[in-house]
Each structure stands twice: as structure tokens, then as C-alpha cells.
Design a protein around this ligand. Structure first.
Ligand code: RB5
Length: 144
């Protein structure tokens, strides 16, 4: 799969490890930055990744910041994006199965790498279940 990846400074080191994991596991990665650990603003990178996924230039996205919360909030402002913060591997599975999430977000400060690896495995193994979940996902629309 083509995966767009981005972070802020807090997620910079973890992003490198995630890009390596993705490449090792056969994915084509578009690392959208940042490329140093200099302080940056997470909405800038969340937007880049979200627009890349929404525009179809990537199949899915991965975003990382200190908590994962900021990048989730920012990415979800882009129409067509369903960004889910995965606090554990079960969240990653359910975000795909029930929410058809297209961006997975991680916390660099509160998640260990083995949890993140397992979450990525689950994310790529899971499929959207459709049915009642499709009806619900279709109701997620900007309302103002
Ligand atoms: C940066 O210090 C931190 O605020 C950011 O990485 C993120 O956690 C925001 O949600």
C-alpha cells in the first residue's frame, strides 16, 4: 500500500522507526516530514498527510505527535478523512473494522514501540466490516 506519514518534532524519532517498519513490511512510504527534530506545528503536517490521503495519492496515512491527539483533531478537519488515535492494538483493529479509518495516529510520548508495531499489524490485517457500520460512517459529515 502507499502510505503517507507525518509527525511533529515530538513524533520525529518514532516516525523514522515507523517508516522503517512500513518499508520492511512491503509498503511504499511517502515521508511528508518533518525531516529534523526542530520544533514545528503539528497541524501543518497533519494537513499535508490528510490531504494526500483524501486526494487519493496515498491509500492510508500514519500521523504521530506527542499524544496523537493534536494530529487526530487536525487531520479530521479534512473532508473524507477518518483519523483514529490508536492507544492499543485493539483500537487499531476496530478503527478499520467499524470506522473505516484511513489515518492511524500514534502517541510518541505514551506508547511503546512494541504496542505500535502490533497496532500496525492489526491495522493492515483488519478490513472494514460494512453493513451497519457503513450506515454509521456515512452519517459522519461536516455539519456547519
Ligand atoms: C508538542 O509539544 C505537543 O503539544 C504535540 O506533539 C501534541 O502532543 C499535540 O497534541
Amino acid at each position: 500500500m502507499k502510505i503517507a506519514v507525518g509527525s511533529d518534532h515530538a513524533g520525529f524519532e518514532l516516525k523514522k522507526a515507523i517508516v522503517e517498519w512500513l518499508q520492511r513490511n512491503g509498503h511504499e512510504c511517502n515521508d511528508m516530514g518533518p525531516y529534523t527534530d526542530e520544533s514545528v506545528d503539528y497541524p501543518d503536517y497533519a494537513r499535508k498527510v490528510a490531504e494526500t490521503v483524501a486526494g487519493g495519492e496515498a491509500d492510508q496515512g500514519v500521523l504521530i505527535c506527542g499524544t496523537g491527539i493534536g494530529v487526530s483533531i487536525a487531520a479530521n478537519k479534512v473532508r473524507g478523512i477518518r483519523a483514529a488515535l490508536a492507544c492499543n492494538p485493539e483500537f487499531a483493529t476496530l478503527a478499520r473494522q467499524h470506522n473505516n479509518a484511513n489515518i492511524i495516529c500514534f502517541s510518541a510520548r505514551f506508547s511503546d514501540f512494541s504496542t505500535i508495531e502490533k497496532s500496525l499489524e492489526n491495522w493492515f490485517a483488519a478490513e472494514f466490516e460494512g453493513g451497519r457500520h457503513e450506515r454509521r460512517v456515512n452519517k459522519i459529515e461536516p455539519c456547519c
